[in-house]
Design a protein around this ligand. Structure first.
Ligand code: IPE
Ligand code: MG
Length: 180
């Protein structure tokens, strides 16, 4: 019996989120440099996306690059950005084949234009796919997300379109980036 056969399909979550970590350590253990680990990370993303899609999971969020990651050495940040552009381009046919819709959350404005363009193109291309939604969290942190939500609601209050008393957990949810 395979691992998949052992999964109780009636108790699957709708949304799975994965914090990508350990790429560097994984590579170091094998005597390779960190970039080798990051490239291997792309392979893991492909495997996990396919598996989650096959199981019928609705959303898979990958915490790919956090706001904190901007403070890594410039060389590593640049290598990660280049890898992202290449990976998105390389994986798009596979996303199409597997009916995966790509989406992104985070402070995308902060991402280099090449990443944004590639991402936008892939999101447009996969927009009408009906299988799993793969959400890349890029330049993301929960502090950033809360700040954004607070700013949006403050603007509505300022415009007179929202009363502070109307702010409840449901409204906050609607202002989070996960409100697809
Ligand atoms: C995760 O692996 C990849 C990113 C955050 C981009 P790390 O780069 O954090 O690898 P370790 O944790 O240093 O091994
Ligand atoms: Mg780490």
């Amino acid at each position: 019996m395979s691992f998949k056969d052992n999964i109780d399909k009636t108790r699957l979550p709708k949304h799975i989120a994965i914090i990508m970590d350990g790429n560097g350590r994984w590579a170091k253990e094998r005597g390779k440099d960190r970039s080798f680990g990051h490239r291997q990370g792309v392979e893991s993303v492909r495997t996990v996306t396919r598996a989650a899609g096959n199981l019928g999971i609705d959303y898979l969020t990958l915490y790919t690059f956090s706001t904190e990651n901007w403070s890594r050495p410039e060389e590593e940040v640049n290598a990660l950005m280049t890898l992202m552009v290449m990976a998105i381009e390389q994986e798009t046919p596979d996303l199409m084949k597997n009916n995966v819709r790509l989406s992104a959350i985070g402070d995308l404005e902060r991402m280099p234009s090449e990443v944004r363009e590639r991402l936008d193109r892939c999101m447009r291309q996969t927009a009408s796919n009906t299988g799993i939604t793969l959400v890349l969290a890029l330049s993301y942190s929960s502090r950033w997300e809360m700040t954004e939500a607070a700013r949006q609601m403050a603007e509505l209050v300022q415009k007179g379109e929202l009363e502070p008393e109307q702010i409840d957990s449901e409204l906050i949810s609607r202002h989070l980036t996960t409100n697809f």
